[in-house]
Write a protein that binds this ligand. Structure first.
Ligand code: COA
Length: 162
């Protein structure tokens, strides 16, 4: 069975990420959605919160599993025997950064390649930062995230405001 690995910070996971998850899950036998376990400095949600939000977002997808990882992504890929890694592209601007990561990852572990998948048009201009900013000013982000993420953003941002 081919094992795909889709990693990111997911702070928080958006419908843009989920669009990539669905596309990746349709080409991989099994997909691991891996949350980067990085010190929460600069991130809104803790690793466990990001993990839980990812788990609830993919709850209906049978061949998708959620995990967390720390350290080098290629080492995690090796530890789970991933056949390939997935990265989502939203626009041509993403490409420079993504190719730099691909080349570095390939140098570190030539046996695990990266596949790029292009996101749907409606999610081309969103990012987790933009969603957090809009939510912090009370803007409507309900089309762009799951209900659980919208609720978590509301609670987190109102707790921060106190
Ligand atoms: N839809 C919506 N937004 C998307 C998206 C999509 N399809 N694809 C990417 N994004 C956004 C994310 O929301 C995020 O936005 P933000 O910066 O505003 O938060 C941004 O694009 C990048 O996010 P993501 O794809 O999660 O990447 P990342 O930079 O947060 O994570 C890791 C990258 C974790 C995979 C990478 O840092 C890594 O591998 N780290 C481990 C250490 C390592 O191996 N380093 C060497 C790498 S060569």
């Amino acid at each position: 069975m081919t094992l795909g690995l889709y990693a990111g910070s997911f702070d928080p996971i958006t419908k843009g990420h989920l669009d990539i998850v669905q596309r990746a899950a349709s080409i991989a036998g099994k997909l691991v959605l891996a949350v980067f376990d990085t010190p929460s400095k600069g991130l809104l949600f803790s690793t466990n919160e990001r993990l839980q939000l990812c788990q609830s977002a993919v709850a209906g997808m049978k061949n998708v599993e959620v995990a967390k990882f720390s350290g080098l992504l290629v080492e995690f890929a090796r530890s789970i025997n991933a056949n390939f890694m997935i990265r989502g592209l939203r626009n041509i601007t993403d490409l420079d950064y993504e190719v730099a990561m691909l080349m570095m990852n390939r140098k570190l572990n030539p046996r695990v390649d990266t596949i790029f998948l292009y996101t749907s048009q409606e999610y081309q201009s969103i990012s987790s930062s933009l969603i957090k900013e809009v939510a912090s000013f009370g803007g409507d982000i309900t089309d762009l995230v799951t209900k659980d993420v919208a609720q978590a953003l509301k609670s987190k941002l109102s707790a921060q405001a106190q």
